[in-house]
Structure formats: structure tokens, C-alpha cells
Ligand binder design. Structure first.
Ligand code: ADP
Ligand code: ZN
Length: 213
């Protein structure tokens, strides 16, 4: 089973992807995570991507595609994957189709996580991430036991630069301008499954299972 996750920033794609990975034994491929790792590793690609991410703009297609290609070339991909954060515009959707066709892979479902803007803003502005293990927290919805410290690894929690107010606003605009049109693209292919993502993660996950199974 190969799944694409679609939806605005803050819809909970990363959280649901992890739940899907555990439940179905699929790979989780997050272009956002791959980009942040490139930045943390200090690669050339990472330094080229950094300013776009921090402003909440899309990183140029060629950079993201390069990372994704590497990832899709790794063994084990045939077990199935969850693609989280890609495609994000029409060009990327076309590139993805061509790439998968070459590998004789098809996308089975596109899960569209729908969430309202006030909820999105509340989630993103309160999100904190562990510097060490990338575990996500939220200052009120899902706080760590000790302020600023990760429960699982004792790493320091930080706020992603693109979770600051100005960048959040820009990410929402970019989503509406570049990404949202993909909903129709996949609807026309008969692959779209819509889920209400305005609830807590376990409830949204129940909704996902219901449409998938
Ligand atoms: P979110 O979905 O909450 O915005 P992500 O971690 O998926 O968070 O993405 C963070 C940032 O990484 C995006 O705002 C963008 O700058 C960059 N990015 C991730 N995926 C892509 C992509 N497919 N194309 C271009 N930029 C991307
Ligand atoms: Zn941690």
C-alpha cells in the first residue's frame, strides 16, 4: 500500500504518518524531515534550502526532488510508503507520477487531512520539537513532563523557525496558492479519501482507518 498525505500545514500529517507507519508497517517519507536533516547535517543542499524553509516558502523543486529520489531508491520501498509533504505543487505531482511509473509503483490512496485555520494556527504556534530525536510536543495540547525537555531522550525542545507567526501565515498562503489544487488532481484520479483532522490525533487516526479499511 502506498499513500500520499495531503493537507495544510498543521493538519497533523507527520503525526498521522507515524501512526500509519506503526499500524501498517509502511515507510514514512517526509520531505520536511529530509530537508531539516540536510540542514542539521550541514550539507550544501541543506544550506540552499534553509532560507526558504525559515520563511515558510517552498524549497525549489529540484532540491526536494533530489532528496526524494535518493530516498525512493533505497531498498525496502516495495513494502509500501507514506509520502508526507510531497507533492506540494502541480510540477511536483507530475514529477512524482513519472518517477513512480519508472519504478512500476502506484499511489493507492491520497489521504486528505482537512483542518480549520484557527486550529492550524493554534497547533503550529504551540508546537515544540526535540532537537535530538525530533519528537513533537505542544505547549498545551501535549506538553512534556519537564518544561523544555524531551520525555523520551532528555533532549532540548525548540520552536521550529517556520512555526513563528509570520512564517505560519506565509505557509498557509503558500498552501492555498500552490498545494490545495492537488486535492482536485487526485479526486479526478479517484484516489482521494477525505478525513476531518480537527480532532485529537487518536480520533483522526480512527477516521483514517475507517476510510482505508
Ligand atoms: P508542514 O507540512 O507543517 O508545513 P513540513 O515539515 O512538511 O511541515 O515542511 C516544512 C517546510 O519544508 C515547508 O514549509 C517547505 O519550506 C519545505 N518543504 C517540505 N516539503 C516540500 C516540498 N515537497 N516542496 C518544497 N518545499 C518543501
Ligand atoms: Zn527527544
Amino acid at each position: 500500500m502506498n499513500i500520499v498525505l495531503l493537507g495544510p500545514p498543521g493538519a497533523g500529517k507527520g503525526t498521522q504518518a507515524k501512526l500509519l507507519r506503526e499500524y501498517f508497517g509502511l515507510w514514512h517519507i517526509s520531505t520536511g524531515d529530509l530537508l531539516r536533516k540536510s540542514i542539521a547535517d550541514g550539507t550544501k543542499l541543506g544550506s540552499q534550502a534553509k532560507e526558504f524553509i525559515e520563511k515558510g516558502d517552498l524549497v525549489p523543486d529540484n532540491l526536494v526532488v533530489e532528496l526524494l529520489k535518493e530516498r525512493l531508491a533505497q531498498p525496502g520501498i516495495e513494502k509500501g510508503f507514506i509520502l508526507d509533504g510531497f507533492p506540494r505543487n502541480d510540477a511536483q505531482a507530475g514529477i512524482l507520477d513519472a518517477m513512480l511509473k519508472k519504478q512500476a509503483i502506484v499511489i493507492d490512496y491520497v489521504l486528505y487531512l482537512e483542518a480549520d485555520e484557527p486550529i492550524i494556527i493554534q497547533r503550529l504556534s504551540g508546537r515544540r520539537v526535540c532537537k535530538n530525536c525530533q519528537q513533537n510536543y505542544h505547549v498545551t495540547n501535549m506538553p512534556s513532563q519537564k518544561d523544555g525537555i524531551c520525555d523520551t531522550c532528555s533532549g532540548l525542545l525548540y520552536q521550529r523557525p517556520d512555526d513563528r507567526e509570520e512564517a505560519i501565515k506565509n505557509r498557509l498562503l503558500v498552501y492555498l496558492r500552490d498545494t490545495k489544487g492537488l486535492v482536485d488532481y487526485y479526486k479526478k484520479q479517484g484516489k482521494l479519501l477525505k478525513v476531518d483532522a480537527n480532532f485529537d490525533a487518536p480520533i483522526v487516526f480512527d477516521g483514517l482507518k475507517k476510510v482505508l479499511l
